[in-house]
Design a protein around this ligand. Structure first.
Ligand code: HEM
Length: 396
């Protein structure tokens, strides 16, 4: 088993199935980490924070002091600072703007009849949305994309995956750039507050103290990486699932109200985030095996979402699956803060792509190249072709 091979990163499911059916808790000796593969075990590792801490010790380097890697009580306080911006109600207010950005991005490509969905659309939309929420000008989007990839690739350092050292140094360079950039923007917000997330971070207090620049940088990085790579994969993976199944695509085109449940099924069937990280606080018994204190634990969300104990016919992609209690957004106190936003972005993106791109097909028969970050699933590039269409303004 090579966890890092391209083949595994493109389709890890046969390996998960083999591992899960032989033992739902598995010690990976070369990396000295413990994988948890079944639905119940993954839910426990994600939610039982008395036994499993989010403050992990990476195989290489040191864990950043971010919301994602914090335990209560600090986690509760950090999460409260940004929670309001991500409620279903706040996110619903973003809908017109997300629609506009999606239309503009498609307008840039639609006359060409081909594009790289990952680079030209799915990678850009979520970055532009989170940049606007933070209060950062869209002109800087190329820089953001570079930064968000460098942050997402940090997962390789946690697991000690291939290329980890190089990715650590790429992140250090990106971090230095982000520090300089933020120092300027935060100075401007202190002088002239705006109605954006950066201003909220500048004003926020934890235990009566303002956040340090380093803590603000932590938030910035979590939001940038969590808000982009993941939703990009959701959109790309959805298009892959639909194009592989023409009957489902036709069904969706005929009944667009199936789209929300189709999105949930993509989240389950090709989970954009495949794994998270925890550390055993003490010796913890799971399914009769003892994970020793201090060891890195990897709840494999992608495998849990295909567990036959939980899902009927888990290898079948079913756009109408109901119920669908997948754990693609995690579970418990760290449940994805951005879930309502990701769902909104995916709904708008996919309804635009399906309604505007006629004759949509994959442009290459080659197996797609997986993204670099260790714990995500999705293509680095996804060339597609379609009948050239008209820009929305021209279409009237
Ligand atoms: C399809 C898209 C997405 C997926 C699959 C996803 C998945 C996840 C998962 C599995 C977690 C739990 C981590 C854990 O338990 O350790 C998480 C946490 C988080 N997500 Fe998402 N996410 C997505 C989109 C977003 C978006 C759009 C944002 C915001 C802009 C976001 C922000 C966050 C934040 C801030 C956390 C940390 C919450 C905490 O630690 O309390 N995510 N996400």
């Amino acid at each position: 088993m090579n966890l890092f091979s391209e083949e595994m990163r493109r389709d890890p499911y046969p390996t998960y199935e083999q591992m899960r059916s032989s033992s739902p808790v598995l010690h990976v000796a070369p990396l000295d980490l413990w994988m948890v593969l079944d639905y119940e075990g993954v839910k426990r590792a994600l939610t039982d924070h008395e036994a499993f801490s989010s403050a992990v010790t990476p195989v290489i380097g040191k864990a950043p002091d971010w919301l994602l890697f914090a335990d209560p009580p600090r986690h509760t306080k950090l999460r409260a600072i940004v929670m309001r911006a991500f409620t279903a109600r706040s996110v619903a207010g973003l809908e017109p703007r997300v629609r506009e950005l999606s239309r503009e991005l498609l307008d840039e490509q639609i006359e060409r009849g081909e594009m790289d969905l990952a680079a030209d659309y799915a990678g850009l939309l979520p970055t532009m949305v989170i940049a606007e929420m933070l209060g950062i000008p869209l002109e800087d989007r190329a820089r953001f994309l570079r930064w968000s990839e460098a942050i997402a690739n940090l997962s390789n350092a946690i697991s000690g995956a291939d290329g980890a050292e190089r990715m650590m140094s790429e992140h250090a360079a990106a971090k230095a750039e982000m520090e300089g950039y933020l120092a300027e923007v935060l100075g401007a917000r202190r002088r002239a507050p705006k109605d954006d997330l950066l201003t909220r971070l500048v004003d926020a207090e934890v235990d009566g103290e303002r956040l340090t620049e380093d803590e603000i940088l932590g938030f910035f990085q979590v939001l940038l990486a969590a808000g982009t790579e993941t939703t990009t994969n959701l959109i790309d993976n959805a298009i892959l699932c639909f194009l592989e199944r023409p009957a489902d695509l036709a069904r969706l085109r005929g009944s667009p109200d199936l789209l929300p449940s189709a999105i949930e099924e993509v989240l389950r069937y090709r989970s954009p985030v495949q794994m998270m990280f925890r550390e055993a606080r003490r010796d913890v018994e799971v399914h009769g095996q003892v994970i020793p204190a201090g060891k890195l634990v990897v709840p494999v969300i992608g495998s849990a979402n295909r567990d036959p104990q939980q899902f009927r016919d888990p290898g079948r992609f079913d756009v109408g699956r109901d119920p669908n209690p997948h754990v693609a957004f995690g579970q418990g106190i760290h449940f994805c803060l951005g879930a309502p936003l990701a769902r909104l972005e995916a709904r708008i993106a996919l309804s635009d792509l399906l309604s505007r791109l006629r004759g949509l097909e994959l442009a290459s028969k080659e197996p797609w190249e997986p993204r670099k970050a260790f714990n995500v699933l999705g293509p680095a590039r996804l060339p597609i072709c379609f009948e050239p269409g008209r820009r929305s303004a021209a279409a009237g």
